[in-house]
Design a protein around this ligand. Structure first.
Ligand code: SAM
Length: 255
């Protein structure tokens, strides 16, 4: 068994490979014995693919521990927003378990549940989460479960704290992302805290963020705080690209 935990970044390696291969193929096209205009076309067409491959590689570097460590720093920020004394914690879209394991270490008397759909287009898995928790010495307090965020297999008010990081926008089995957020809040006990990080400023996915917050308040959620990621963590401008974390925002509050 591995002795080091494996927390992958939010960027899928297969996506990077696809863009790298396409760029290389198109660049190779410029060397083929074909008419010049086709070689020029091939070179021009390679540029957007090269640009995307560059953004993806740079983001992997900055998110990972060997680069800027931004992924871990964002998880630390979420942990810092969770009130002390948390007993039962739910992490929705737990990925490779990085956030939930940090929470387990920070709250030694807590019991935690991490759910994820672990779909085929993601490179995380339940086994990987369990191995990471084992290596980090917290596996006895964390339960990992395959489920969709759109229909959580828990009773109402089952958790003291609910967190989620960069997951709601990924939920494909519900077009109504506000409903997915409300499904998360359904599992939170009255008086419990939530901390959600996602691309909440992306209107195409979440609609107007002020309307989203107003809708949550109408449902009885209080003490809402919302802030852009950039307000808390200064980041390189490429990470603040709208296609990366430019729309990133944390919404926290109490039910
Ligand atoms: C960008 S990753 C974030 C992972 C983790 N929260 C983190 O911060 O490292 C998005 C996660 O959402 C999960 N996901 C996608 N659709 C989901 C769904 N319907 N229900 C639960 N999780 C889902 C993916 O499997 C993936 O682990």
């Amino acid at each position: 068994m591995n002795t080091k935990p494996n927390y992958q970044t939010w960027i899928r390696m297969n996506k990077l490979l696809i863009f790298l291969c396409l760029s290389l193929l198109l660049l190779l096209g410029t060397l083929f014995p074909i008419p010049v205009y086709l070689r020029v076309l091939s070179g021009v067409l390679s540029l957007p693919f090269l640009y995307i491959a560059f953004i993806l590689s740079y983001s992997i570097y900055q998110f990972s521990a060997f680069g800027g460590n931004y992924q871990s720093r964002i998880h630390d920020l979420i942990v810092s927003k969770v009130d002390g004394g948390a007993e039962k914690i739910l992490d929705i879209g737990t990925g490779s378990g990085s956030l939930i394991i940090k929470l387990a270490k920070h709250f030694p008397s807590s019991t935690l549940t991490g759910i994820d759909y672990w779909g085929e287009n993601w490179e995380y898995s339940k086994v990987q989460c369990e191995q990471n928790a084992e290596i980090e010495g917290v596996s006895n307090r964390i339960h990992f479960l395959k489920a969709s965020a759109s229909k959580l297999p828990f009773q109402d008010a089952a958790f003291d704290v609910v967190v989620s990081c960069l997951t709601f926008h990924e939920v494909k089995d519900s077009t109504d992302k506000t409903a997915v957020i409300k499904e998360a809040l359904r599992c939170l006990k009255p008086g419990g805290d939530f901390v959600f990080m996602d691309l909440f400023q992306d209107e195409k996915t979440f609609g107007d963020v002020n309307e989203l917050i107003a809708s949550l308040m109408k449902d009885g959620v209080s003490d809402i705080e919302s802030y852009t990621l950039a307000e808390y963590i200064p980041m390189p401008s490429i990470l603040l690209n709208k296609k990366v974390l430019g729309h990133g925002m944390i919404i926290s509050g109490r039910k």
